[in-house]
Design a protein around this ligand. Structure first.
Ligand code: GLC
Length: 562
């Protein structure tokens, strides 16, 4: 298989506002990140993905950019950024920028001009449409609730925003606008950045004519996902971006592409496509809930069998043809240990089990800050403690629909993006070593027990287990490039697979439950020597060579010698 540095790399996602504050204003910043580079280096990660740090009024925490060429003063200066790149590179760490190309802030000068008059030269940089008989131009529903259309009084026309009203969508049919984006991307590349995460890239093209979505119930707005996601022309746009800009650089790219399966993903990441190195898929994120963006957060019970099925399909479909980006959590998702593990009795064991999965699948692993110490979902008692625009909009809508406060909070506790946005827990002090001021969002009270300082001191901590896993992945190419094969697809509790590369074979054994289990070695492996590479429990479990008893959330990694 084609070897690439970005296939072997481990990516660490930093949410700058919540990582490390250096100046006491309660908000994380670039100098804070600088002060933690050695921690990250010791963890063993290779690439730091920085969520947006550009100038922004922060209607959506920086995913609303008002100047692509400037650093948000709350995060520091351009000199701080240059220093961060330099210091990261000195340590062999790479920097990946989060670029939002689907929309800008409504405070971006382009949008200010665009909205000023119907014949402004930048009018066409965005989507403007007149109303339809006093109604919205079409019936599409926004990700953050309500219509995607907002009436702008100045010219009495509507503009489109798939996300919040403060995030107007850019019109990629306008070649001049696209050229402006190219110019900006070249500018960041010239600064020496090593890659991009392209935010919401699946949505940069909308269906021609912006038609209504099917709406049998005649609702004012409906989920219209298929009319603005993964359309054929997105691929033309990405190919052109590569031809015109990216081709010259040895960088890595990952696109955020919800709503597709692995076959369709190959259109982005297929080796011959020259579009993106990998994409973030969402199929495993939909298992426990209605799809985000539908405004419905009803719980759905997920099963281990479903999880295995989804991940295995991605593993086998992309093998040898494209490359996976693997993740269990990020700044938009609940904490993995609260969601797929058990964040009370088996927090440590299940966080380690999830890490074992993340680092032994084929694909580039992405971990999100705090995952390495097993941080858990926030469970704030009041909606006033929440900051996320999606959560607050959901709350308003749910109230209008007559849901009770308790029902809404329960949904928020499970699904809110703020679950993962509480400040990084560095130590047990009052503000967790995150700030000397008042944090912009409340700390999780469990920081007294769950924090980096504690984890560094405890040899059995989740943190040390992450380090060990990263080391193993670095030392064993079979974990990077090996062929994945699922065993026991019908087992409702165990997730077992092998990775094979030439003569090398590794078996990953995960008891994905809070109950004991027993694993029967398949016949072809019974006679072979098994060498334990890593496990999340101490002590041998008694082996008779044929069956292996497993404790709750037990994870084991074996090298199989033939
Ligand atoms: C992506 C980001 C999310 C943001 C949205 C709009 O989904 O991950 O945080 O709100 O795009 O930019």
């Amino acid at each position: 298989m084609n070897e690439k540095w970005w296939k072997e790399a481990v990516v660490y996602e930093i949410y700058p506002a919540s990582f490390q504050d250096s100046n006491g204003d309660g908000k994380g910043d670039l100098r804070g990140i600088l002060s933690r580079l050695d921690y990250l280096k010791e963890l063993g990660v290779d690439v730091l993905w920085l969520c947006p740090i550009y100038e922004s009024p922060e209607a959506d925490n920086g995913y609303d950019i008002s100047d692509y060429y400037a650093i948000n003063p709350a995060f520091g200066t351009m000199a701080d950024f240059d220093e961060l790149v330099e210091e990261a590179h000195k340590r062999g760490l790479k920097i990946m920028m989060d670029l939002v190309l689907n929309h800008t802030s409504d405070q971006h000068p382009w949008f200010k001009e665009s909205r000023s008059s119907k014949d402004n030269p930048k009018r066409d940089y965005y989507y403007w449409r007149p109303g339809q008989n006093g109604l919205f131009p079409n019936n599409w529903e926004s990700y953050f609730s309500g219509s995607v259309w907002e009436l702008d009084k100045q010219t009495d026309e509507y503009y489109m925003h798939l996300y919040s009203v403060h995030q107007p969508d850019l019109n990629w049919n306008n070649a001049e606008m696209v050229n402006e984006l190219y110019r900006m991307i070249r500018w960041w590349l010239a600064k020496g950045v090593d890659g991009f995460r392209f935010d919401a890239i699946a949505h940069i093209v909308k269906a021609a004519g912006l038609p209504n979505a099917d709406n049998p119930e005649h609702l004012p707005v409906v989920q219209a996902y298929q009319l603005f996601s993964n359309l054929e022309k997105v691929h033309d746009m990405l190919k052109k971006l590569n031809e015109e800009v990216l081709i010259e650089y040895d960088i890595m790219t990952v696109g955020e592409t919800s709503g597709l399966g692995p076959e369709q993903a190959l259109e982005y990441v297929g080796d011959e496509r020259h579009e993106l190195n990998m994409v973030f898929q969402f199929e495993h994120m939909y298992l426990d809930a209605a799809r985000p963006g539908t405004g419905k957060w009803e719980p759905r019970a997920w099963t281990v069998m479903e999880l295995k099925k989804v991940l295995s399909r991605w593993q086998t479909t992309l093998h040898g043809r494209g490359w996976n980006a693997n993740y269990l959590g990020n700044h938009d998702q609940p904490r993995p240990v609260s969601r797929f593990g058990n964040d009370t009795v088996y927090r440590v064991e299940s966080a380690k089990l999830l890490a074992t999965l993340l680092f032994t699948l084929e694909g580039t692993p992405y971990l999100y800050q705090g995952e390495e110490i097993g941080m858990t979902n926030a469970r704030f008692p009041s909606i006033h403690d929440y900051r996320d625009i999606e959560t607050l909009n959901y709350y308003e809508q749910a109230k209008l629909q007559g849901m009770s406060e308790q029902q809404i909070l329960e949904a928020v506790w499970r699904k809110s993006r703020d679950n993962a946005r509480t400040p990084m827990q560095w130590d047990a002090s009052a503000s967790a070593g995150f700030t000397t001021g008042v944090p912009w969002i409340k700390l999780h009270p469990n920081h007294e027990d769950i924090n980096v300082t504690q984890a560094l001191q405890d040899p059995n901590s989740i943190l040390h287990y992450y380090r060990a896993l990263i080391r193993l992945r670095n030392e064993n190419k079979v974990l990077v490039y090996g062929d994945y094969k699922l065993l026991l697809p019908l087992d409702p509790q165990l997730y077992v697979y092998t990775r094979t590369l030439g003569e090398e074979k590794v078996l990953v054994l995960l008891n994905f439950s809070g109950h004991e289990a027993s694993f029967a070695w398949p016949e072809d492996l019974q006679e072979q020597t098994k060498e334990l590479m890593l496990a999340n429990y101490k002590g041998e479990s008694d082996e008779d060579g044929q069956t292996l008893p497993l404790r709750p959330y037990e994870a084991r990694l074996y090298r199989i010698h033939s």
